[in-house]
Ligand binder design. Structure first.
Ligand SMILES: NC(=O)c1ccc[n+]([C@@H]2O[C@H](COP(=O)([O-])OP(=O)(O)OC[C@H]3O[C@@H](n4cnc5c(N)ncnc54)[C@H](OP(=O)(O)O)[C@@H]3O)[C@@H](O)[C@H]2O)c1
Length: 333
């Protein structure tokens, strides 16, 4: 099969199309013919991991070292990127009951990656389910990662109708789902993003959009019950005046300082800090599919690139000009 591989860390040009062994499904696995895979934060990070320092890594330093070991210290261990995908079941193992050849599916592989290929295998009870009937392949391929992460993280807060929520990083994988999940719960949502992605965040349903290059939301005369800070580019200290007296600052990416703030605010402050890890389960992907089919979650794609142009797709994703999610298509006659 053809796959987009990389054997060294670096710029988008390290990605190239090559022949790779086609996986064979075990008895409880399904073989999936991949139609589309997204260009996510994780793909961009993993592609260039060798050049990312512990300081630049958005999570606590111990996780940086664990992730570097897992991904490969000096060169990538897993040569095929791609954590979320949509495709079609090509074959099933003898014990598989949920799927049959021809079923349209979508799913999430997390750090296991491997979706930038014509074929992949998934356990039938893994993070894979039938594709939402109302989405095309490209739209389905950008839904799982952000949807699952936002869904499981927002369970940590008791969001109520009418509350005011600000998502700092509303145009990315997690933020775009968080905007919609908060709207679905009846919140008033303000999205913060870069200028080229304003229209995208508006289309997701945000009530207000702030361009972070023009305005610092913490300096506004507005307060929020919940501030979700996807990249942790702000801080609890800066956000305090923008939080209601019982407001919550929720950095999705956090360092040890925020963990310490979570501990002391739990005991000694009405305003709280919450740091948490997503813990998605297969049932959450099913729930995501139902929400998409019910119209509570949209999936909008900016541009699709053929697999031969994967490096271009990564360049565009990093250019600052993209207007929404980017997809790589794996189509064949
Ligand atoms: N806690 C967990 O369990 C968990 C799980 C998964 C991932 N994460 C973390 O989540 C992060 C990735 O999130 P993602 O996939 O949503 O990333 P993403 O798709 O790259 O989106 C990043 C978002 O941040 C915005 N942004 C960039 N610079 C900004 C700034 N200076 N101020 C405000 N916003 C800014 C971007 O806006 P524009 O693009 O419009 O400029 C975009 O909306 C990583 O740090 C990862 O470690 C945490």
């Amino acid at each position: 099969m053809k796959a987009i591989v990389y054997t060294e860390y670096g710029a988008p040009e390290v990605l190239h199309l090559a022949e790779a062994p086609q996986p064979t499904p075990q008895t409880n696995e399904i073989l999936i013919r991949v139609r589309a895979a997204s260009v996510s934060f994780g793909d961009l990070l993993a592609r260039n991991f060798g050049n990312v320092s512990a300081d630049e890594f958005n999570m606590p330093a111990p996780l940086y070292f664990l992730a570097r070991m897992a991904f490969g210290w000096s060169k990538p261990r897993q040569p095929i990127l791609g954590s979320e995908f949509a495709g079609e079941v090509a074959a099933v193992g003898d014990a598989v009951t949920r799927f049959k050849p021809g079923d349209a599916v979508f799913g999430y592989r997390g750090q296991q990656m491997g979706a930038y290929a014509e074929y992949l295998v998934m356990r039938e009870d893994g993070m894979v389910t039938h594709k939402p009937a109302n989405l095309g392949d490209a739209e389905a391929a950008v839904a799982p990662y952000g949807g699952l992460t936002a869904l499981t993280l927002l369970r940590r807060v008791n969001l109520r109708p009418g509350q005011r929520v600000l998502i700092n990083g509303a145009s990315g994988g997690i933020g775009s789902a968080a905007v919609q999940l908060a709207k679905a719960r009846g919140a008033h949502v303000t999205g913060v993003c870069g200028a080229p992605r304003r229209a995208y965040v508006q289309a997701l349903g945000a009530d207000e959009v702030i361009d972070y290059t023009q305005e610092d939301f913490t300096q506004r005369d507005e307060t929020y019950d919940l501030i979700v800070d996807v990249l942790g580019r702000s801080s609890f200290d800066r956000c305090r005046r923008a939080l209601t007296p019982d407001g919550v600052y929720f950095p999705v990416s956090f360092k040890m300082k925020a963990v310490m703030q979570m501990l002391w605010t739990k005991a000694a402050s009405r305003q709280k800090v919450i740091c948490a890890f997503s813990d998605e389960k297969s049932a959450d992907l099913e729930l995501l599919k139902e929400m998409i089919e019910a119209g509570s979650l949209k999936s909008i794609v900016d541009r699709c690139f053929a697999m031969e142009h994967a490096a271009e797709a990564h360049s565009y994703a990093e250019s600052g000009h993209k207007q929404g999610p980017i997809v790589i298509l794996f189509q064949r006659k």
